[in-house]
Write a protein that binds this ligand. Structure first.
Ligand SMILES: Cc1cc2nc3c(=O)[nH]c(=O)nc-3n(C[C@H](O)[C@H](O)[C@H](O)COP(=O)(O)O)c2cc1C
Length: 196
């Protein structure tokens, strides 16, 4: 299995980093594309792109439109854009293939392969909501990084693991990144039986 992981200039590249860690542990081939704005935002959030790149099998810049993965004849099974800026969301929703990320996303849609998009921004404009709507109609999985409290996260790492786990769920890859919901789990410090 091969997965393209694209990181754009939205906040939250650490989610892609956690995802890449798990995919590496599972020996799944990964193709990491970081947009130019993505590199800039990673600079603010993680210092530099060295660690995230080291977790991928192959890595590319957004202008490498002649890379093998740019062709729909390549064997990559799925693509994740996480985090996805509203700019890249708009480009993918409208078939505007101006770089390697948007070109690969277009390939996924036209071949009916799995495309998981994690748009991050708040609040949302009508344009962003419409772009998500249209992308959903095109077959993509729209997976915003919306946190949940019910599983008892204590740290930012817990929240990051939850988001990475949700992407792995969408890809159909088994993982233990976060503890799945179990209704009657007496061992849980958070989820109590009725009457407790
Ligand atoms: C520190 C920082 C954080 C940003 N966070 C977001 C964000 O969460 N969501 C978003 O849509 N844009 C965000 N942006 C703006 C994008 O980086 C900008 O729209 C850029 O053009 C996206 O380009 P790309 O999609 O090619 O990576 C951020 C910019 C900076 C400098």
């Amino acid at each position: 299995m091969g997965v393209i992981v694209a990181v754009t200039g939205a906040s939250g590249a650490v989610i892609a980093m956690r995802l890449l860690e798990v995919l590496k542990e599972k020996r799944i081939e990964t193709h990491l594309i970081i947009s130019e704005s993505g590199k800039k935002v990673i600079g603010y959030e993680l210092g530099n792109s060295d660690e995230i790149r080291s977790l991928s099998t192959f890595h590319y810049s957004e202008d490498e439109i002649d890379a093998g993965i740019a062709s729909s004849s390549n064997p990559v099974d799925a693509m994740v854009i996480a985090p996805c800026s509203l700019k890249t969301l708009s480009a993918v929703a409208n078939g505007f293939c101006d770089n390697l990320i948007t070109r690969c996303a277009e390939n996924m849609l036209k071949l009916n392969r799995k495309l998981v998009v994690m748009p991050r921004d708040t609040p949302l404009s009508l344009a962003a909501i419409e772009n998500m709507y249209n992308l959903k109609l095109s077959g993509a999985i729209i997976l915003p990084p919306n946190m949940a409290y019910y599983y008892g996260p204590k740290t930012v790492d817990d929240v990051t693991d939850f988001f990475a786990g949700k992407i792995l769920d969408a890809l159909g890859i088994e993982h233990s990144a976060y503890r799945k919901w179990v209704k009657y789990d007496e061992a849980s410090p958070v989820i109590r039986l009725p009457g407790d």
